[in-house]
Structure formats: C-alpha cells, structure tokens
Design a protein around this ligand. Sequence first.
Ligand code: HAM
Length: 409
Amino acid sequence: MAGKVQAPKGTFDVLPEGAGPRLRLQHAAEELLGRWGYDYVETPIFEDTELFARGVGETTDIVQKEMFTFDDQGGRSITLRPEGTAPVARAYIEHGMHKRPQPVKLWYWGPFFRYEAPQAGRYRQFNQVGVEAIGTASPSIDAEVIGLLADLLSGTRGLRLRISSIGTPETRREYSDELREHLRAHEDQLSDDVRARLDANPLRAFDSDHAGTQAVMRDAPRLLDRLGDEDEEHFAQVRALLDAMEIAYEVDGTLVRGLDYYTRTVFEFTSDALGAQSGVGGGGRYDLLIEQLGGPATPGIGWAAGIERILLASEAEDAGERLDVYVAHSDDPLTAIYVASRLHRRGKSAQLEHAGRSIKGQMKQADRLGARVVVIVEDGKLAVRNMATGEQQEARDRDDAIALAEAVA
Ligand code: HAM
C-alpha cells in the first residue's frame, strides 16, 4: 500500500468544526473596516522576489531566511508573499492611486507564507487581515488605524498594546552608530546571532531572547530619546489622539518590528493567552516605502493581524449555528425538497435527508443538528414537530406544513 500523503509541515486544514469562528471573524472585519471607510483589495499570492527584497529589506529575517522563493518555468524569481504591505504599495503605484482622493484606505484578508519553525500560533502558511492607509502623514490616521485594530481585537484575552516611534532613517543611522558602540563595548556577552548582525542591524538586539544580550540591552541608549523635533511632535500627537479615543497603551522604546520599511510610529498588540508567539497584530508608518518602490514620495501606515492567533486568543465560545428545520421523509423526495427550498427562500435554514435513514434515524439526525423543527413527510401525510416541546401537529398540505414550521422555527 502506498504511504499516506499529509499536509506539508507548518500548514493546516480548516475543518468544518473550526470554520464557524473564522468565517464570523471575517464577517466582523468586513463590517468594521467598511464602517471606517476602508475598501477591500486583493493582490496576487506570489510576486516578483525583488518586491520583497526592496520593500521588506535585505537584512530582515523574512528576506534572508523565511521566503518561499522559486524560479518559474520562464526563469523569473517568484516569491510566495510573506506579508501584504509591499504588495499593496506596489498596487498603489501600479494603478496610479495617488491620483485618487487621499488617503487611500485599503484592507485585505488572505494567506501569507513564511518558512519559520512551526509551533503553537506559528505556521508556514497563515492568514492575515490587514489595512493600509496611504497618502497622509497626519497623526490622526495613525490613531485611527490603531483604534481600528483595538476594536477588531476587543474580544481577545489578555490584550496589551505597545507603541513607539523610530523616527527617520537618519536618526536611526546616528542612533545605530551609538548603539553599535555600546554593543561593541560588551561584545563578549552577546549572542552569536546578534554579533553577526552588529554591522547590518544592531537594533535587532532588542528582539533577542538571549539572556546575555538582554542584560546588555537594559542599559543601552534609547532611540526614543534621540528623535528629531518633528518626529517627537508627531509621536506626542499620536499619543494625545489615542488618549482622546480612550485606548490604553504603553510606550515601549524597545519595540522592534521585523520589517525594514518602518518610520516614526510603530505598534504591536500582544496577548498573554498565546505563549511564546504572543504577537496578535502589529504595524506602523512607512513614509519612504512607496518612493523606494519607484512611486511618488507618499507616506503610509498600516497593520496586519494573524487570523489564527486572533482565534486562539479569542474569548468567545463558539455557539455554533442552529438549524431551523429538518425535513424528514420516507418515500417522497419531491415534497421534501419543495418544503426545504421554500423555507430557504423565506430565510430559514433547512436541511433534508439524503442518506436513506429510517424516520427514527432521521429524528436522531435532526436532534444531532440541533433542529428546532422537523417536518415529517411520510405515507402521503405531513406533520410538523416542535423539537423543544415534542408537540406534533398534522399539516393539511405542504404549504400548511411550511407555514407551521416557519411559525415555530
Ligand atoms: P508582522 O508583524 O510581520 O507584520 O505580521 C503581522 C501578524 O501576522 C503578526 O502579529 C502575527 O499575528 C501574524 N503572523 C506573522 N507570522 C506568522 C506565522 N508564521 N504564523 C502565524 N501568524 C503569523 C506584517 O506582516 C506587516 N505587513 C504589518 C503591516 C501592515 N505594517 C504596516 N502595514
């Protein structure tokens, strides 16, 4: 016998039992984002590799070791998208969206791919919901997008929001030099990983879970204390706006995001219900990205949240959908399907027997499905049973049965 083929490592199937909360979350996201004026976009699942190399940054973990990259039959280097911001920025440029009224506010939902070590809440194919608001540097849009994510995550257990500002690349360059000096002075205490990236990206040392590195970072200089006046003012306004929205946050100068395009505001929501992979959603401003990808100088800000992590950290018990009507029948599928289809047209949920069970077996099946009402079509007669009370009524004809079932369901 041939061996069983299984789903690839780090992937999962969404089975019927787990589909309800996911679909409801998608529906809730669509409603919420629509109310705030965000329009839905879709970009391809794969892009030219160059987009992510240029957009996300050559020195990031994502580009260096986590991308699913391959050559297509035409010899082009293709990458399964590891994130959504660079693709949306590309689409903004490609479709001349700077000519539309600004800001252009977009949202997306779909699968993303990163070659990471799988563990609880971390997969190689996962789903994100995200927004990008492109075309304004106003601090009010920063507060708006953060507020939106706070709203979307309001049913999440143990939620915490951290925010910071990382200023401009120039500030960061000067600060990096200062930080590099501090790290060099304590080089023997650092992890190999951090030491190897000391030149390229010393800021990543804040991200390290290595004890020695963490000790060195505790008295490292803080970028937040080195911001230019305009960036500092921008960050002060973002905080005041969040206060006005009564959104609780902590300012955390050690917050590092794993993507290179950020400028000024960065933020992250974590949940203590998640364990090691505690990041539920995060994002920030990327005022230079569009220009870097060949578009006109255009500021932007956005976030993405992991669907699987939201569901894992969700407070809601899945109540499940109840069935209004089950149509049981012994020998008259024409009447049964008529009754079920009419009930559907009247907005009820209805299912009918397809497996040839006995009427007794069908009543059990109706019970398993949590049906409120069963219409029984048997020996040329129709009856309607209220499953909560056990009461059963004869119906004159099929339309009478529909009316009776509708009244109870
Ligand atoms: P990110 O922080 O890399 O940001 O990912 C956002 C969220 O995606 C994370 O908080 C996490 O919930 C989820 N996520 C990431 N990797 C995995 C994984 N391997 N398995 C499961 N979930 C995962 C971005 O992707 C940016 N594009 C966000 C953004 C939008 N910034 C500005 N605009």
